[in-house]
Design a protein around this ligand. Sequence first.
Ligand code: ATP
Ligand code: MG
Length: 567
Amino acid sequence: MNEPNDSIDPSAHKNFIEVEVEKDMATKPSLSGKHVYTRFPPEPNGYLHIGHAKSICLNFGLAKTYGGKCNLRFDDTNPTKENEEYVNSIMTDVQWLGFQWDKLLYASDYFGQLYDWAVQLIRDGKAFVCDLDAEQMREYRGTLTQPGKNSPFRDRTVEENLDLFARMKAGEFPDGVRTLRAKIDMSNANLNLRDPVMYRIMHAHHHRTGDSWCIYPMYDWAHGQSDSIEGITHSICTLEFENHRPLYDWFCESLKIYHPRQMEFARMNLSYTVMSKRKLLQLVNEKHVNGWDDPRMPTISGLRRRGYTPESLRLFCEKIGVARFSSTIDVILLESSIREHLNAIASRFMAVLDPIKIVLTNYPEDQTEWMEAVNNPEDPEAGARKIPFSRELYIERDDFMETPPSKFFRLKPAGEVRLRYGYIIRCEEVVKDANGNIVQLNCTYDPQTKSGSPDAVERKVKGTIHWVAATHAAAVEVRLYDRLFLGENPEDVPEGKTFLDNINPDSVRVIQAMVEPELAKQPAGARVQFERNGYFCADVKDSKPGAPVYNRIVTLKDTWAKIASKG
Ligand code: ATP
Ligand code: MG
């Protein structure tokens, strides 16, 4: 697909960021002899989600494509919201996705340097200590249509600023009473250039620097300089920072330090989910889900526990491409990525989720036959296994209908169906309890129709269904997961409601399924296909040896599309 071809513009296969990166590397004197250097800069204030996976694949992917490097840098400038648990989960997730950082760094590594640079800006008359409180600052700031007003503290002398800034650092002032601000332009059309705050006072314990600091840098003051220190060539971020780019540039220029290029791409949104860490944190804290790694969460840890593979997430990120403008990706694309991967690698097994018993009245009472079953038709090397067949079997309750419509090709009274890897059977009698519920189907089998047998009689029946032998079946817990939210955009709610009102009340259904013996032996983390039912993963937390608990990763087909088209 990507083979070189003179008649095709090679840039046609590249996203706009790759095109720009190549151009920069080839033409910018400041980059001559350098390698592409990127970074992934999460704030450790929550677990990573699928949107972060996009950013990870992009940043680490660029480094890989161009033989460069990518750092993992924690943007830990907000001590009250950040902690070690988040740091560790982020490292786990990045590695699980298949990426290895060049350096592991923290914005807090640079607190000393950032402080020195702030002093430099004060000396140059480009920063000042301001005593306006948050509300006054908003008033002075102006609006999109009106210019702001200079702070009354803007013209403090360099000496006074140096003194006050040193005392801010020394802890002489309470939270919020003073800030250090850049002196730029209160009437600039870009609000980010209206004397933005560089430091705020916050007497808070930091997970790495402890109590050494009580002033903390703002994102804008920390980010570009961190990039600069690390020699990042391309600082890739999401679109909401486009308006911050002039400030990013202003800081690098004013400090006369190496100046990386900030580039923006569109944040990824996914249908039927929320993605901001704040909302995900709310789901966790208010126990709408069982933790950050709940299999219904759009977090990387949730998707991993659900059974998603790193390959499927990378495939998904590749398929959606890199957009310049905001868009919402259909979650169907994510689901089809895991189907595509598991179709290739997952072994097939038989599991009956909603069992009804079948008795083959003409089958010998204590006989067990071992039928040959193909493990994965997509992968000849996956081989075959033997599954037990006996007089009593389970089939899915909805594979039988007492009064079916004309196009129903599964089991019905006096009708025939093929049992996969087994025989053709005929339903002779429907057994009901006192309340009229069907409890058993008495059937006969045709001994001359054994699957794969060389002397089987050729006889066509329209339906084939799966089954398990009642004598050998194991009962296992299965969690049938569905989307966590109803509605394509859960945040699209009428007044007075929140995204929480859009939670799907049936996002998980726990059942006992009857499964073939091999399925009871699968180790935690195993991913398998239950024939005709979907892909499932043995839960890594709740499975016990010999007693796996299965999470449904995804159904085999997109059942939602069917529901939608039926209206
Ligand atoms: P959230 O609002 O979900 O908390 P964030 O942007 O505050 O996300 P960070 O930890 O600051 O989260 O993000 C680390 C990197 O991942 C940033 O470069 C950010 O732009 C990128 N990123 C975050 N969310 C998405 C997304 N939905 N799509 C693409 N990139 C994202
Ligand atoms: Mg953030």
